[in-house]
Design a protein around this ligand. Structure first.
Ligand code: GLU
Length: 305
């Protein structure tokens, strides 16, 4: 399997040339454009790697599945989905238009920025620091990695330049979606996006989801089966922004991307996959990451449909 992964990386590394690293968060612009890596964690605990799998990157939107799980654990599905919908969008991840024209009281889904900011506002805690620490500890648990932390430079960079997200948060505060101080909620959101991880860390999150909420390496249940199911379903319909339909046709697995270049995939009953390639396509998805997952889907017959 390691040989297969090395070959898949070599076959697809050239795609990195077609993409661009994200620069709208200035600190992300420092990533190595040519990097490409992959890690697979199977449900019997085996781990396989290829390419730049040791490189650290910030998880960005991959954090949206983490906060969705926590919000569902604490609030239950009825409360969460009264604040945020589950419908895909054909607009960009940071789009503001649907908020006003569709439903000002309910952003479309938890995988776009507006919906993710609404979701994180549901997590309990006295201060933004307490809330973020709960997210961080949960992330450490589901990755089995106690050293997970934020990348302070990326966090500062996001905070300094995150005006689009501020606009979304303040709009949602005006319509009652967000009930707390918008800056406090945003601070947690910027930090969750700045959590730093490797392909292995995100592959482990995928493995837990593919195992219906149980950590394959310890047997510990971290979320109930129905939450793992909801999250995987939303990953299929909304996980790759406005390219989710195309990805479902080409690859056919639940997945979530982030503008740091990571994509996590959860193959039900089989494995978690983490891929990395910071060169992105126009939608904000890792261009080599998608190609790697396409090839793996063919080679290992992963398509769930
Ligand atoms: N921190 C990024 C933002 O809010 C996350 C977006 C993403 O990964 O899609 O713009």
């Amino acid at each position: 399997m390691n040989k297969l992964l090395e070959a898949v990386i070599e076959n697809n590394r050239r795609w990195t040339k077609d993409g661009k690293v994200a620069t709208y968060i200035p600190e992300l612009g420092k990533a190595d454009q040519d990097a490409a890596g992959v890690c697979i964690i199977t449900l019997d605990g085996e781990e396989y790697n290829g390419g730049d799998y040791k490189t650290k990157f910030t998880i960005q939107s991959i954090s949206k599945i983490i906060t969705l799980m926590l919000a569902l654990l604490e609030n239950g599905r009825d409360r969460v989905f009264s604040k945020v919908g589950v419908e895909p969008t054909a607009d960009a991840f940071n789009s503001i238009i649907n908020l006003e024209t569709k439903n000002p009281q309910r952003p479309l889904n938890p995988m776009i920025n507006a919906g993710a900011i609404a979701t994180v506002s549901l997590i309990e805690g006295e201060t933004s620091e307490v809330i973020f620490n709960r997210i961080l500890n949960f992330t450490r648990k589901i990755t089995g990695n106690p050293d997970i932390n934020i990348n302070e430079d990326v966090y500062q960079s996001e905070k300094k330049t995150g005006d689009r997200n501020r606009a979304l948060a303040y709009f949602m505060r005006s319509t009652g979606v967000i009930e707390q101080d918008a800056e406090e909620v945003l601070d947690v959101y910027f930090k969750q996006c700045s959590i730093e991880a490797t392909c292995r860390d995100i592959a482990r999150i995928g493995a837990m989801l593919s195992n219906d909420g149980v950590l394959p390496w310890s047997g510990e249940r971290v979320v109930p089966r129905n939450i793992a199911r909801i999250v995987k379903t939303i990953m299929v319909t909304c996980g790759l922004y406005d390219a989710s339909g195309q990805f479902a046709v080409e690859v056919g697995v639940p997945a979530k991307s982030g503008v740091g270049g990571g994509i996590v995939a959860a193959i039900p009953g089989r494995m978690g996959i983490g891929v990395y390639g910071p060169a992105l396509d126009a939608r904000g998805n890792s261009i080599a990451g998608i190609r790697i997952l396409e090839e793996l889907s063919r080679e290992l017959d992963l398509n769930i449909f």
